[in-house]
Design a protein around this ligand. Structure first.
Ligand SMILES: [Zn+2]
Length: 495
């Protein structure tokens, strides 16, 4: 039996770009704030000063299965503690693309070799004698790391449940203060951010067998690894906790959540090393991909991920394409949508994609970037979505035409945090929702979806979508936009 998704209604936040954690609203070229060039041209010619914003949508999640979270990661979601979110890549100032790679896709650079060698030197007391015997031939970082750690008597790591300890928090505090100049933290915020997860308590705890298998990942004899769920990998050097990798072990790969390290060991480049280690571990425990979070082309803190090669997600198609294929398209932090039809002007339908596993574009070289056709100033998506909104409102599902067709607003229209714009890349297009309503497919939520009404503390089944209140109907449709029909049917929603 699959676990029921337990989530809140969707939220939509838009905020000043000065609050963006990546660019802080300080990109030298304003063009780079805009997802699509024609929108930048429009606003720079009009000299109206309108700019992109910092726009995110998501839900508070109480319970998600690891399998479901794996699928959500492959639809552009990430989690921060129990908050599941994805950016609105059309209105946001930074393009945050889901990136993943494999040991086969990684391009091992000189810098990576240096990093592994420096680590080897630090943790192998007999390194100097061995140094001269460094064998020539292709550099296999997985084997280098395994050999080094197996022989070391002052370095080891340990996988364990992602639970709080004072020792972990002390390291986090030191890291945040020294590396990020962040003094606004406490034990509670650390726990919420890096220990809490929307998985069941059994999954979070795991079994002794799962942890034993995982901690034996370097053993060439071992090929069976059961663990799925969150983990802390604690790094110990000379008996001290010097780093913690916060990761999610998913059926399709390892997803990196965060990495904290002791600034006193800055010389070891532990961040770089951890990425190589996690790549190596993914392949050793038979999880194909290494999910590195978001790649941001114009953010120095985030674009190092491109050095590991790999694939970026085409969010409007839920398909991956090699990073090298779209390097030109995403220059200046631009958005891309690939299609085999150069004249495509509508957003692709997405519902069918939710149930399958993540796809890759088969012949990316022959595809066209149709982002202007769909999302540009004269793009087709806005009119189609507004027409659908109007038809939905006639059926008492309270969507509405947007007053101005613009991806920017002047900040005066106070943003209702539940109000998701009619066009958001990577959500099911409103026109697809309308089709579900017209064809009564939306009624599949009947006798399946559960609502928890916090105002009356009452839990109940959705028995008949058509006779629900307009507010509930819209909440159901918004969830379908985010998660697809099947996942919404199988959910318990806190309203
Ligand atoms: Zn930004």
């Amino acid at each position: 039996m699959t676990e029921r998704l337990i989530i809140s209604e969707p939220y939509y936040f838009s905020d000043s770009i000065s609050h963006c954690g990546y660019c802080k609203g300080q990109k030298p070229d304003k063009n780079d704030n805009f997802a699509v060039k024609s929108w930048y041209d429009k606003h720079s010619e009009a000299k109206d000063g309108l700019d992109a914003q910092n726009c995110t949508l998501g839900v508070q999640a109480e319970l998600v299965s690891v399998e479901m979270y794996d699928r959500l990661c492959n639809m552009g979601f990430r989690r921060s503690g129990k908050f599941l979110y994805k950016p609105d890549l059309l209105r946001n100032c930074c393009r945050m693309y889901t990136i993943r790679t494999t040991t086969d896709q990684v391009r091992v650079s000189k810098d990576m070799k240096t990093c592994v060698k420096r680590f080897k030197k630090a943790v192998s007391p007999e390194y100097n004698q061995e140094n001269k015997k460094d064998h020539k031939g292709p550099f296999n970082f997985t084997q280098e790391i395994i050999d080094t750690e197996s022989k070391s008597d002052n370095f080891y790591t340990k996988f364990e449940p992602a639970v709080y300890s004072d020792e972990k928090y002390r390291l986090f505090a030191k890291y945040q203060e020294s590396v990020h100049n962040d003094f606004d933290h406490n034990a509670k915020s650390f726990k919420r951010f890096l220990c809490d997860a929307p998985f069941s308590p059994e999954v979070i705890r795991g079994t002794k067998q799962e942890w034993d298998q995982l901690n034996d990942w370097k053993n060439p004899e071992r090929s069976h690894f059961e663990r799925v769920g969150p983990a802390h990998e604690c790094y110990y050097y000379n008996g001290n906790l010097i780093a913690i990798a916060v990761i999610d072990i998913l059926p399709s790969g390892i997803s990196s959540v965060y990495f904290i390290w002791d600034p006193e060991y800055g010389k070891l480049s532990l961040g770089k090393l951890s990425a190589l280690r996690e790549l190596a571990i993914s392949s050793k425990i038979n999880r194909k991909h290494y999910y590195m979070g978001y790649y941001i082309q114009d953010c120095p803190k985030m674009n190092y991920k491109g050095k590991y090669g790999g694939e970026l997600m085409d969010l409007c198609n839920y398909r991956y394409t090699p990073l090298t294929r779209v390097e030109k398209e995403i220059d200046h932090s631009k958005f891309f949508v690939l299609s085999d039809d150069p004249n495509l002007t509508n957003e692709p339908h997405l519902n069918e994609r939710f149930s399958g596993t993540a796809d890759v574009w088969q012949t990316p070289g022959s595809l066209h970037n149709v982002v202007e056709n769909i999302y540009g100033v004269n793009g087709g998506a806005f009119k189609v979505a507004d027409d659908a909104a109007e038809q939905l409102s006639r059926r008492e599902i309270p969507y509405s035409r947007e007053l101005t067709h613009d991806i920017c607003n002047d900040g005066n229209g106070k943003n209702d945090i539940y109000r998701i714009p009619n066009v958001v890349p990577g959500l099911l297009p409103l026109e697809e929702i309308l089709q579900m309503v017209l064809q009564k497919k939306i009624n599949l939520v009947n006798n399946s979806m559960v609502l928890f009404d916090t105002s009356v503390g009452h839990i109940r089944l959705v028995v008949d979508f058509d006779s629900e209140s307009p507010k509930i109907k819209k909440a159901v449709c918004d969830l379908v936009r985010l998660f697809g029909l099947q996942n919404t049917m199988d959910s318990l929603v806190i309203v």
